[in-house]
Design a protein around this ligand. Sequence first.
Ligand SMILES: C[S@@+](CC[C@H](N)C(=O)[O-])C[C@H]1O[C@@H](n2cnc3c(N)ncnc32)[C@H](O)[C@@H]1O
Length: 356
Amino acid sequence: MNLNHTLILTAQADCIDSAMREMRTAVPTAKISSELAPGVLCIDLNTETFENLAATWRVQPPIFVRHICPVEEMVVVDDHARPVPRLQSALMPLLVQIVPDRPFSIQTRVFGEGLPFTPFDLNNPLAELVRTVRGAPLDVRHPAQVISINLALIKGELRAYIGISNVLNNLSEWAGGVRRLARDPDQISRAEFKLTEALETFEISLPSRGIALDLGAAPGGWTRVLRKAGLYVTAVDPAALDERIAHDSGVRHLRITTETFLQREPEQFDLILNDMRQDARDSARMMASCAPLMREGGTALMTLKLPEHGRDAAVDHALNILRRAYRVAGARQLFHNRSEITVWLAPSDGGSRIKD
Ligand SMILES: C[S@@+](CC[C@H](N)C(=O)[O-])C[C@H]1O[C@@H](n2cnc3c(N)ncnc32)[C@H](O)[C@@H]1O
């Protein structure tokens, strides 16, 4: 294994084959050298480097690969009860890469049953070492440089894969792309996490005024997020909205399908969201029909539900349908997506929007 050409790739376990296709499209010589856990692979890039791959993906991120981090050192930890000294000695020679005035974070992931430590137990003493040796400030929330440590028990051997990178090269600023969000006591549905994560990932700020269209809105989680931001919402769904949002005077619930809604007199929206449980291609067609409803400067976000078979072809087809009406500004499988991906759409330059 040539460590300058090695990385850890993370994707949703049931979409790992799509992630590997993206990997091989970017680097045809890439090979899996070991599996740390379902959806977490050690990849040997052979002739390509982590930096070159990261530079490519910074411009055009993959959909299914959620996170990558380099492996510059791989050591076996013999003492499972006390891994810190071995990790500290393995990390030491790499620390010259840490720039003293830039915030860093240690992102540790541990894979394996029955190990007597958590990532938290390791992060504190390792961060202390980095602070002492390099003087860089620790910032777990917004690091500029990340020390990634993946510990995995493989056939009884505890292996530590260690590497340092610019956070922008990792596809996500969270360890393994795992973005945990705190539950809000007023939260209506788990789907709210998807929207919050999408807004954060694509760096979209919701407008504080205006009207949003929420297609497939029930039970109303996304509608609640939009209302909290100050938007009026037209919620389209034959199903009922949760009581907590159904009587909100800022919500107009149309208990009809999107197909029926599209036959009505066209209206204008600042934001169009679509989380309909629908075949990805049908949903994309309906979303394309909504493009003329988007106000100038508007934004749209949607989920594309993945079929059990023919996932990549369905995604390609749906994205091509969307490209006829919008510019596809981003498409990612986020941590809170299950059998789906999230797509961010902007008006296409030569689009058919109705201007004010
Ligand atoms: C995953 S749920 C949406 C969850 C919602 N985003 C939330 O945050 O609570 C999918 C919804 O799509 C709706 N749906 C499916 N087909 C539809 C259609 N053709 N028109 C409108 N809604 C549809 C379903 O009734 C269901 O309520």
